[in-house]
Design a protein around this ligand. Structure first.
Ligand code: ZN
Ligand code: ZN
Length: 369
């Protein structure tokens, strides 16, 4: 299949293999917002927000898929009034067959997403999840395969996310043994004959499978397995995988003053202005960072870091935090625009013939003088 025939659904499936909607918070509204996944993709535009100017940009570049961080639709609309700004945006999208897809809290939470990008931009070391929401859950998959098909079945499992454990991929355990079966008259056995007990040299393949990959891994395994009836077991596993959640904490490569860190944040996040609070000459080393609005987590930040970097801070909360000795840096909510380039960079190598652009529209509602 050439890229010319690639569909929006293919782009989204690839995107979701990194950033699944299942990672999103329950209250969120991620995934398809407007349009269809079932059409050929002519181009992709990545953006923080979907405004009319962004839609115009997509039209200009003949991009029929917009991937945004902030959902276009959140509260269910009661009517689609095309005399409102949002109504006009939706009308324009539909008129031009443009699909909008949103990856919101799932893109904040996912490894390599908004929060990791913001932490990595500052060079944070010993990174951890700031606000863990849970842990990765595993299943144990065991399958019995004739020795001749061991590699085929393993390959099918690995390409579908089985055997991914922490920083290791393609993890498995294989032991040898004998499989016995007696096909009945209805069976169409790969090996053996109806009514006769058969003994086959088999291997038992064991893998840990992240819960979110188990269905597709099992489906691919059955597809690759030569037997009519595949013998396999799936067990729950008590052991917890990596924590996932919002925000990141870490250490700066070396201590610096709050003022220096504030400058670094401004430069690395490429924002027009930042606000900060605390003693500008104070030495800071441990950092908590949370993209978007993080003012609800000031208390947790105080327990884990010298300085908390987040957007949308308000007067009283900031004042309380300052009096309690926490340094705060507010780069604005718009600092999340860091996701635009990352999403484009992730998709481009897999869709080399599809133009994938980063929106140049500034959707920050604030200006500073
Ligand atoms: Zn976000
Ligand atoms: Zn946001």
């Amino acid at each position: 299949m050439t890229d010319k025939q690639k569909r929006i659904a293919d782009v989204i499936a690839y995107f979701e293999s990194w950033c699944p909607p299942s990672l999103a918070e329950k209250w969120d509204n991620v995934g398809l917002q407007v349009g269809t996944l079932d059409q050929a993709v002519s181009g992709v535009l990545t953006t923080l927000d979907v405004t009319e100017a962004v839609v115009d940009e997509a039209i200009m570049h003949n991009a029929n898929l917009i991937i945004a961080h902030h959902p276009l639709l959140f509260a269910p609309p009661k009517k689609l009034d095309i005399d409102t700004p949002k109504g006009r945006v939706i009308q324009k999208l539909l008129k031009h067959d443009i699909t909008v897809y949103a990856a919101h809290t799932n893109l904040d939470i996912v490894e390599g997403g908004v929060n990791d990008l913001m932490a990595d931009a500052l060079g944070l070391e010993q990174k951890r999840v700031f606000l863990p929401l849970g842990h990765q859950i595993f299943k144990k998959l065991i399958v019995f395969v004739p020795k001749t098909h061991e590699q085929n079945v393993k390959d099918a499992l690995h390409t579908n996310g089985a055997g991914n454990v922490g920083n290791y991929e393609k993890v498995s355990f294989v032991s040898e043994g004998s499989g016995y079966f007696q096909p009945n008259a209805e069976a169409q056995p790969f090996i053996g004959q109806a009514g006769e007990i058969e003994r086959v040299e088999e291997v038992r393949i064991e893998m840990l499978v992240p819960e979110e990959n188990i269905s597709k891994a099992v489906a691919a395994m059955i597809e690759a397995h030569p037997y009519e009836e595949v013998a396999y077991d799936v067990y729950p596993v008590e052991m917890k995988g990596k924590a996932y959640g919002l925000g990141r904490t870490g250490k700066l490569p070396s201590p610096m003053t709050l003022q220096e860190l504030a400058q670094l944040v401004k430069q690395r996040y490429d924002v027009q202005h930042i606000r900060f609070t605390g003693d500008a000459s104070a030495s800071v080393e441990t950092v908590a960072v949370l993209g978007g609005s993080g003012r609800d987590y000031i208390d947790q930040a105080m327990q884990q870091a010298d300085v908390y970097i987040t957007g949308d801070l308000t007067f009283h909360e900031t004042q309380d935090a300052m009096l309690a000795g926490l340094c705060l840096i507010d780069p604005g909510h718009y600092a999340e625009k860091i996701m635009k380039q990352k999403v484009a960079d992730y998709l481009q190598p897999a869709f080399t013939n599809v133009p994938i652009r980063v929106s140049q529209v500034n959707t920050d509602p604030f200006q500073a003088i």
